[in-house]
Write a protein that binds this ligand. Sequence first.
Ligand code: NAP
Length: 324
Amino acid sequence: MRAVLVEKFGGPEVLTLTDLAAPEPGPGEVSIDVAYAGVNFAELKARSNGYRVASLPFLPGLEVSGRIRAVGDGVQNFQPGQQVAALTTAGGYAEVAVAPARTVFALPESISLRTGATLPTVLPTAHALVHEVGRLRAGDTVLVQGAAGGVGTVVGQLAHLAGAEAVYGVVSSAAKADHALKFGYDEVFIGDDFDEDVYHATGGLGVDLALDSVGGDTFRRSLEALAPFGRLVSFGNASGAAPWQAGQTQLYPGRSVAGFSVLTLAKTEPDVLRDLAARAFALVADGSVELPVTAEFPLAEAAAAHRLLESRGTTGKLLLRIAE
Ligand SMILES: NC(=O)c1ccc[n+]([C@@H]2O[C@H](COP(=O)([O-])OP(=O)(O)OC[C@H]3O[C@@H](n4cnc5c(N)ncnc54)[C@H](OP(=O)(O)O)[C@@H]3O)[C@@H](O)[C@H]2O)c1
């Protein structure tokens, strides 16, 4: 099978198309004939600095859609040929991928394989940020970093649907602001002065919920942009800054800080993730939420997909097309 392999950490050029034997599923696993693979920011970090990579060489790719090829011992809820979307632990950029059956999701009839590949990481993450972890209540105000990206595009819609009084986004360009405004955001701030923008937009009050995927100074300023009793959820560290810290001085005004990682949940509580994914996918199936695919590349051009996502010029979701 054709697969992308990484033999050393580095720029997009280290993504090398290679020929490997197709993997077989072990106990509790399934193999999948992959139709599409989603491209995630976490995969850029895995490629460049080994984020969540056990050892070299490794096969990148954390989410796929396709048809079940074979099931391993003990797997009863999937049959060969069935259309699924899945979180993989690695190896999604390949014609055949293996995934733990507990993080494989049957696709409803109304969801195509192309749409299916956009769902496994972003939809449960966005749902958890707004509901399970962020605990958004009707009338709350929300601030979202990376508002035009994969997660940001869905968070805007979910927060709006949940009755947020105002959903504020932060992006790095005017084109991205235009995108976000079509997906649930009421106002989008461009650039680094978002805390001042929040201050003015909320009459000095701050926001009830801030969702931070950038880390470092952005995390610190998001915390300061909270209203009394506000909540901050950290879900990424795109800046690559040192891990955040918040102590009594920052928290005693009554602020809360929480975190969320879909990859950690997949590893530690896959059944909780299944319930969360079911709730989130249902909103796509019934048309309440959409995640537009804004660029699609053949498997051989995985490096171009990484270059584009790294350029900060993308909106929505990027896919690799695996099956011809
Ligand atoms: N915790 C979880 O479970 C989870 C799950 C999925 C994703 N994530 C995180 O959520 C974020 C979005 O992920 P995604 O896959 O949907 O990607 P994405 O939002 O489509 O792309 C990443 C975005 O991060 C923003 N960004 C801010 N600082 C950046 C920097 N220094 N370098 C590059 N980009 C920067 C960029 O938006 P601007 O140019 O507009 O700033 C860029 O569009 C990432 O940080 C990712 O690690 C977390």
